[in-house]
Design a protein around this ligand. Structure first.
Ligand code: B4P
Length: 190
């Protein structure tokens, strides 16, 4: 069982690359952002709770994430690994993930951080806004998501670096080139 966490600022390409990684390695892909968007579309109780938070570009409270994580793992069936995309985003979530994995005798094996310049990030998300019209992709909300990322999620870089789990990958260039870089790092670890 291999557990990979992929993280990076909004627009760094986590979602894009995660789909390819999960397909190549046969891992279960757990994207908390996708789970929340699905719940919002279905107008479920969880969706109604998180909708306005996400539309402002804030983080969903940590307490709500533990059940989402457990449900995601439980519904994945038997796979050779998990890819956690956009989770954890806070130190508390990192500790929750450790506990949940420990309970099944496993752990985080590697953390991939995608490195991209801020102006490139904003450009990508504004482009996605034109194509997909996501409610959290307006310029004001994007700037807030960046701020939230640097304040609450960036500290995880040091947390995982100290545990010798962090690998940084250059997230600029074509989607194919970035995927090649990522696959090389994963192949050297599995
Ligand atoms: P996410 O869905 O994780 O949103 P995101 O950070 O924007 O990442 P996403 O995967 O969509 O984008 P990507 O970097 O792939 O979360 C949404 C919201 O849900 C959060 O803001 C938060 O409110 C909430 N949430 C989720 N998880 C949470 C948690 N654990 N705790 C609390 N709250 C949580 O960027 C993709 C864009 O860039 C695409 O348009 C793509 O086409 C483009 N792109 C990708 N690679 C490119 C390349 N090489 N060149 C050019 N464009 C590229």
């Amino acid at each position: 069982m291999f557990n990979l966490v992929i993280f990076g600022p909004p627009g760094s390409g986590k979602g894009t690359q995660s789909v390819r990684i999960a397909e190549k390695y046969g891992w279960a892909h757990i994207s908390t952002g996708e789970i929340f968007r699905r719940e919002i579309r279905q107008q479920s109780p969880l969706g109604s709770k998180v909708r306005s938070i996400i539309e402002k570009g804030e983080l969903v409270p940590d307490e709500l994430l533990v059940d989402v994580l457990r449900a995601g793992i439980a519904s994945a069936g038997s796979r050779p690994g998990f890819l956690f995309d956009g989770y954890p985003r806070t130190l508390r979530q990192a500790s929750d993930l450790d506990h949940v994995l420990q309970a099944s005798g496993s752990k985080v094996n590697m953390v991939l951080s995608l490195d991209v310049d801020e102006e490139e990030l904003v450009g990508r998300l504004l482009n996605r806004a034109r194509l997909e019209g996501r409610a959290d992709d307006t310029e004001e909300v994007i700037r807030n998501r960046m701020k939230v990322y640097y304040a609450q999620t960036q500290p995880l870089v040091d947390f995982y670096r100290e545990r010798d789990l962090l690998k940084t990958v250059d997230g600029q260039g074509s989607v194919d080139d970035i995927f090649q870089r990522i696959a090389k790092v994963i192949d050297s670890a599995i």
